[in-house]
Design a binder for this molecule. Sequence first.
Ligand SMILES: [Zn+2]
Length: 346
Amino acid sequence: MNCRSEITELLDLSARIGRDPLLAQASNGNTSIKLGGTLWIKASGKWLAHAADEEILVPLRLAELRLSLQRDLEFSESSVNGGGESLRPSIETAMHAVLPHRVVIHAHSVNAISWAVRQDGEERLAERLDGIRWQWIPFVPSGVPLARSIQRALAESPDTGVFILANHGLVVCGDDCGGAEELLRDVESRLAVTARKGDSCDCPLPAEVDTLPRWRLPETGQLHALGIDAVSRKILRGGILYPCQAVFLGTKVPFVPASLPIPKMIERCESDSDNPCFSIIEGRGVIVSREMTKTQQAILDGLFHVVQRIEESAPIRYVSDDELDSLLSEDAHGYRQCAELGAGRR
Ligand SMILES: [Zn+2]
């Protein structure tokens, strides 16, 4: 198969993954292929879902990437001119570069994350992933730290083809797109968790909310479960489950008591100094800001899918305050801006 058709295969695969909200949300997740000495990888801020419609891949010289890693340098600063615009390689480029496999899929799979946020995740997955060469990677930030952890894991067991990234997601590798996708589907079926139905609500939020100038009801009614279901509220109160949640939705989940009349409820939402893009109305549902972006919407939908898959008794390993501080550094903010730009193009 020639390079062009392999890239076309990767783009088709990327679009399939990107269009599945259980595998990718907004610009998160990425795919790559190594052809000759070149790594073709999804650009930062681009959505996998848009792979068929716009330029999402950047070509990078593998030898240079690996040399940078030896010197402990991030690659995300470099930019490549593609399709008339400047594309920055994904923040997760270093991880793709250290993996020896030709094709790498990194998915923010909600099934994988529902296990990856558990303190006992590694042990609980042993049976489900039996027969697959996989490893658990304890939480580290994306970029060089994550690449280093993957390198260490590979040094221990070079034939590993699946990685569960704690508080983050899933990496699946293969010799070609077909093999990688087949492995992804196998892993997904083994990790699949049935979403909790949750509590029912006898006092739903009134349609009046939809007439407010700055707030509205969410487009998908299922999101109300985050406010109605007591287990979901308990999970969300505990802390931040994974970096994308903090970067795009804020480091604190805003809760408003259900007993307040609507005007007081809104006052409470608007007085929150964090300027949240959504609020949880305890026992009644969720309201969202009219300024909420498509990226935030997709990330909030993803959070809903993850939370509904975590059982009440799960011992959760939340992202620590120190980890959050470093995630929300200037660089993380730059990443968010870039992701929003990608969203704005649609
Ligand atoms: Zn990721």
